[in-house]
Design a protein around this ligand. Structure first.
Ligand code: PLP
Length: 492
């Protein structure tokens, strides 16, 4: 018998362990800098400390069985009823989940099972092209077929007519977003929900990113179209608390107008030798930390705290969008309805090629800013996404100054070299057919060494952009296989 590698032969001290944990972070994104426009939603030091302390305080409680931990039941029902009233129906029912993806998985499961109960053998769901990837994941996990429908190529909003045309006898669910992540635009929820209702089909609103903040923005005078459970025909909604409610990660809510739909979400099993399982959510044993962390954060920030943050975000969004619109070499995609925006490259001078957004992202990184490139898909060209949060509102003007310089620097850089190499390598072959050796060769060609990415990512992004979506997926799954091979193979 030998000691498993990585396990110390003798237990180590607290300070040794925390020194290590701290040092592991050396190359992490420094989100406390205020220079990061994605991934993190900063609650501010005071609320963060309270949320964290509550999280740790409830870490050991087990949400497996709410009858033996009534504290967790109480926290969950309190949070669910707050969010339900906030998004338009105080009588809605639902559950606290680990995140937007889980809320969406569960809403799709509920719709699928209700469709099956109506006799639909092969349930389908209608997704605008802008619907979050989590719905595609739900389709893959739950065996629900997808009808992906086009969106307006200028506003990037879902098209009610396209959805109406796609509804058929097997449609189990219609989806729309408030807002969709990529461009920050709110779909015409009222029109879509009315169409769904007329066809007798449930309609889910993905308000994961916007559901908590939009009502506060509306109270600040921001124009917010109706999107919640108060809209006739909306049957379920997902609202993440670990986004703009600024709660510690692992916090979302899924809500249903009709309790029968919530029932269809819950799984039970009495058919084994152990304890009877009743699971409203995907996990069974689960920590109470996220529930307590979320509840404490809502208590700590309070209505006035969220209103104040919403006002700052409304102001910063106006500054951001006006600044982006005034920057030569880029354009804003659609008209953002939320504190997010996406920009595509434009020719700097007539006759030039559009400036590469991938180079812009690298140039911003060189200037100490993190912005998120998004690959082109359907009518949406390759672009850079900005999410504002209370932690970066103060840096918007400085960011815009550097962005102007980054666009000019990017315009002077060559593009397309690796894409030519890719086409030479592929010949007539589809990239999805590439074997592991070819994937490794392609990775090496774009500068990836084992798990190490090159400093500049434009080449990789260009190659991904040049591939069809299924080949992008295959290539990145291959890359993750390399990444997760662990210290021996990867980081050595
Ligand atoms: C973030 C997000 C999701 C997925 O949520 P996770 O918490 O990352 O699982 C779904 N929809 C939209 C619109 C989002 O912004």
């Amino acid at each position: 018998m030998t000691t498993p590698p990585g396990l110390p032969a003798h237990g180590r001290t607290r300070s040794e362990i925390f020194d290590d944990l701290q040092s592991f972070r050396a190359n992490d994104l420094n989100w406390r800098s205020g220079r990061v426009f994605g991934y993190v939603y900063d609650a501010g030091a005071d609320a963060e400390a309270i949320g964290k302390a509550a999280y740790l305080d409830y870490l050991g409680e087990n949400g497996l069985d709410p009858t033996v931990f009534p504290s967790l039941l109480r926290l969950e029902t309190a949070i669910v009823s707050t969010v339900a009233a906030h998004v338009g129906d105080a009588n809605a029912v639902g559950h606290f989940t680990s995140g937007g993806t889980e809320s969406i998985l569960l809403a799709v499961k509920a719709a699928r099972d209700l469709a099956r109960a109506r006799g639909v053998r092969s349930p389908r769901m209608i997704l605008p092209a802008t619907a979050h990837a989590a719905f595609h994941k739900a389709a893959a996990y739950l065996g629900v077929a997808k009808d992906v429908v086009e969106v307006d190529p200028v506003s990037f909003r879902a098209l009610p007519a396209a959805i109406e045309a796609a509804i058929g006898p097997d449609t189990a669910l219609v989806v729309c977003s408030a807002p969709s992540y990529a461009h920050g635009v709110v779909d015409p929820v009222e029109a879509i929900a009315a169409i769904a209702a007329a066809a007798g089909v449930p309609c889910h609103v993905d308000a994961c990113v916007g559901g908590w903040l939009l009502p506060f923005m509306r109270r600040c005078g921001w124009t917010v179209p109706a999107f919640g459970l108060d809209v006739p025909g909306v049957t379920s909604i997902s609202v993440d608390l670990h986004k703009y409610a600024l709660c510690p990660k692992g916090a979302s809510v899924v809500l249903y107008r009709d309790p029968a739909m919530r029932t269809a979400q819950t799984f039970a099993c009495a058919g084994w030798t152990g304890y009877t399982v009743v699971n409203p959510t995907v996990q069974s044993s689960k920590t109470g930390g996220p529930l307590a962390g979320a509840w404490a954060t809502l208590q700590a920030i309070g209505d006035d705290g969220y209103l104040e943050r919403a006002q700052a975000l409304c102001d910063a969004t106006r500054t951001l969008v006006a600044g982006l619109a005034a920057t030569p070499g880029i354009r804003v995609l659609g008209r953002p309805d939320f504190c997010m925006a996406a920009i595509a490259g434009e020719p700097l001078r007539p006759g030039d090629a559009p400036v590469s957004v991938f180079h812009i992202a690298d140039e911003m990184k060189a200037r100490g800013w993190y912005v998120q490139p998004q690959l082109g898909f359907g009518p949406s060209p390759a672009n850079i996404h900005f999410s504002l949060n209370p932690g970066n509102v103060g840096a918007v003007s400085a960011m815009l100054d550097d962005l102007q310089a980054a666009v000019l620097a990017a315009a002077a850089l060559p593009t397309g070299e690796l894409v030519e190499a890719l086409h030479a390598m592929l010949g007539d072959e589809s990239a999805t057919a590439l074997g592991p050796d070819a994937v490794a060769e392609l990775m090496a060609a774009v500068g990836v060494q084992g798990a190490l990415l090159p400093e500049r990512l434009a080449g990789i992004n260009e190659v991904l952009q040049a591939l069809p979506p299924d080949a992008r997926e295959a290539l990145l799954i291959g890359f993750f296989g390399v990444l997760y091979r662990g210290p021996a193979a990867g980081q050595a």
